[in-house]
Unconditional design. Structure first.
Length: 85
């Protein structure tokens, strides 16, 4: 059985079109996703329709997806990383 620490991460590596890579905390990424889907709800995957609040949608998106198509603006990708062993 795998050690549960393999699934824990401290930060997310965030890749965005025409931007340098960034490290963000889980809360920072949640807030970024929340701002994006609040401003442009049409970019939300259909599976998020079952959630009533943007907070729930952004948490589910952060924890269950790794990419968001921003349309003409490009894309947003995120990967959980652990900086210490």
């Amino acid at each position: 059985m795998p050690d549960s620490i393999m699934y824990q991460g401290d930060y997310f590596l965030v890749l965005e079109a025409d931007q340098p890579e960034q490290f963000q905390t889980p809360d920072q990424l949640r807030d970024k996703l929340k701002d994006l889907i609040t401003a442009k709800p049409e970019i939300c995957p259909r599976q998020l329709a079952k959630f009533s609040s943007f907070e729930e949608k952004s948490l589910y998106l952060r924890d269950n997806y790794c990419e968001l198509d921003l349309g003409e603006e490009g894309y947003l990708q995120w990967y959980v990383v652990r900086l210490e062993k």
